[in-house]
Design a protein around this ligand. Structure first.
Ligand code: ATP
Ligand code: MG
Length: 586
């Protein structure tokens, strides 16, 4: 398939779960989806039952549930084994007094113990709090304190980042290790596994409104917020897993995110297991050759990642790509940041598949705007509202604006994935609902006549230059079309004459030198392709862009604070990499 710019990209031929989008959209009801769950008949609710135990009860115990690959190590876990292992750990947690609603934090690398711990906690009605393995002491402390963590499950390495006396509510620390590798007061899980007999009926039945997982937002715009989700979200997670991830019986599914980010749990654990997929589990830092190797070895068919990863793979060049067999991949998805058209082009040309953008946020619990595999993709658009989701573009007074006009991206607050609450912060929770019946996302967008939604930027990131509103995404996407540019972050810099000017921070691809001539060439490239007012008046070269630690998103507010020599506010989520300014060579 070749991609002509500006054209829509038609779907590939395929056996998709959801073919006729418009027809399904018209007749869609969430109640209909509920009928696919065992609780619809039995009245007994627990998301982990639907993710694991149910498949065993229905005769799929031998099917591979989790496939862990890391370096030369491989571990396989069937649905039966996953049931047994979650029952076992759940029994231990119960023995130690963990009760419904207690917060159980999980601070582990992306491995089977991490997945099993999250599922085991939820199985007994507790609220799981997965923490990203890259979090340092402060990030861990903030979250566990905010939530009053009662239990922590960790390993000897990560556990060192925690000072137990800091947490007044913390009762038990379980360590995935033998007793000799634990410090005083810690409980060796290996020992407990030997001592405790698993109770096969350990599961706790709950209410659809009960909380099951708490996730902190990425911290792109400020201090991360603790978002509590309820079991009801499984309805939304399951059906988007089926229709958007398009999971079929034979699929091998890999989501590259750690469960500490909402994508890594909702679409790394719950949605694929609800759909009885085989889930690839792989952690570690990003390296192109490792990633391609995982796809090749595990024969991944569905791959869910983020624009930052796709941009890094693009910047690595073709050599690496060509030395692996990636032909198993049939469906690729992206989330977290705007997906640059250049990345879609790369996918089509190099992988032979389209990259499907999806839009949602921690607070919404599941996908809201998507590109279904059976729909045409319009590069630059996030896709269309999922069936059952009503998107509205509202002005400041809460009125819907006409087609094509930019406004606040809002969604009717009547869908099952929506958060239950912001932990310890009812005021913040209320602030998402300033207009009757609408959830306000904080993003800006417009919708075209076919219902495709075009992301423009976050509220705070929009640039106002000489009376023109400029979304940073459009400029960044154009910048990375230039062969010398690997990544770009664009901000508005205050300017006496124009209000703001567009300033771009870029990272160059290997082999390019930051000469004044090159920067001028890049500037003129954007000007000739977009518009004079969108062309950056200033371009600065960095070695790295500041990104969120957990989800790898460009932190524009940090770029802006640096530019203005201001305090960048809460930077606990800033990735450890130091973003060096690069001197120009002439
Ligand atoms: P915080 O709320 O702490 O500032 P965050 O908003 O980045 O951080 P997340 O919940 O991880 O936390 O991300 C949701 C946001 O990510 C969305 O509001 C949107 O700005 C951005 N986003 C997610 N998916 C997409 C997408 N497909 N296209 C454009 N932006 C996206
Ligand atoms: Mg947010």
């Amino acid at each position: 398939m070749t991609l002509t710019y500006g054209n829509v990209i038609p779907p590939l031929d395929g056996n998709y779960h959801l073919k006729d989008y418009l027809k399904v959209r018209e007749g869609f009801s969430w109640e209909q989806v509920e009928k696919d769950f065992s609780w619809y008949e039995s009245g007994k609710v627990n998301i982990v039952y639907e993710c694991v135990d149910r498949h065993v009860a229905e005769g799929y115990g031998e099917k591979l549930a989790l496939h862990y690959l890391h370096g030369s190590k491989e571990v396989r876990c069937t649905y039966q084994e996953l049931k047994d292992r979650t029952d076992h750990l759940a029994t231990i947690l119960k023995k130690y007094g963990v009760q419904k609603g207690d917060r159980v934090f999980i601070f582990l690398p992306k491995n089977l113990d991490c997945y099993i711990s999250i599922l085991a906690a939820i199985k007994i009605g507790a609220i799981a709090g997965p923490l990203f393995e890259g979090f340092m002491e402060e990030s861990v402390r903030d979250r566990m304190l905010d939530c009053g963590a009662k239990v922590l499950i960790t390993d000897p390495v990560l556990g060192k980042r925690i000072t137990k006396s800091d947490f007044p509510d913390l009762q038990t620390v379980f360590v995935v290790a033998e007793a000799e590798d634990c410090t005083e007061g810690e409980v060796s899980l290996y020992e407990e596994y030997r001592k405790t007999r698993a109770d096969q009926d350990v599961i706790e039945w709950v209410d659809l409104e009960d909380g099951f997982v708490i996730h902190y937002t990425s911290g792109s715009t400020g201090k991360p917020k603790g978002v509590l989700h309820r079991h009801r979200a499984m309805i939304h997670q399951y059906i988007t897993g089926k229709w958007v991830l398009d999971i079929h019986e034979e699929d091998i599914y890999w989501c590259t995110s750690h469960p500490g980010w909402v994508t890594g749990s909702v679409y790394g654990i719950f949605a694929p297991l609800l759909n009885r997929a085989t889930v690839v589990v792989n952690g570690g830092r990003f390296r192109a050759e490792f990633w391609y190797d995982i796809i090749q070895r595990a024969k991944v068919t569905i791959w869910y990642s983020a624009p930052t990863a796709f941009r890094m793979l693009m910047a690595e060049g073709d050599e690496e790509l060509k030395s692996f067999d990636l032909s198993s991949v049939r469906h690729v998805l992206s989330v977290g940041e705007p997906l640059n058209p250049e990345a879609i082009k790369w996918g089509v040309e190099k992988l032979g598949v389209r990259i499907h953008d999806t839009w949602w946020m921690t607070e919404t619990g599941a996908h809201l705007i998507v590109n279904l595999p059976s729909q045409s993709i319009k590069p630059g658009s996030m896709g269309r509202a999922f069936p059952g989701i009503t998107v509205g573009i509202l002005d400041e007074s809460g009125r819907e604006v006409p087609v094509g006009e930019i406004g606040q991206l809002c969604v009717k607050a009547d869908y099952p994935g929506l958060m239950k609450e912001i932990w310890n912060n009812p005021e913040k929770y209320r602030s998402y609902f300033p207009y009757d019946g609408w959830y306000v996302s904080g993003d800006l967008a417009y919708v075209d006549e076919d219902g495709y939604v075009f992301f423009q930027g976050r509220n705070d990131d929009m640039i106002n230059s000489s009376g023109e509103r400029i979304g940073p995404f459009e400029v960044e996407s154009k910048l990375i079309e230039h062969p010398a540019v690997a990544e770009a972050g664009v901000i508005g810099k205050p300017d006496g004459l124009r209000g703001e000017i567009v300033k771009a921070f870029i990272v160059l691809r290997p082999g390019y030198n930051p000469t004044a001539r090159l920067l001028e060439e890049i500037r003129l490239f954007v000007r000739s392709e977009l518009a004079t007012h969108s062309a950056p008046r200033e371009i600065e070269v960095l070695e790295l862009l500041p990104k969120t630690r957990i989800s790898g998103k460009i932190m524009r507010r940090v770029l802006k604070a640096w530019e203005l020599n201001q305090d960048a506010g809460d930077t606990s989520q800033l990735d450890g990499g130091v973003c060096l300014r690069v001197a120009l060579v002439d």
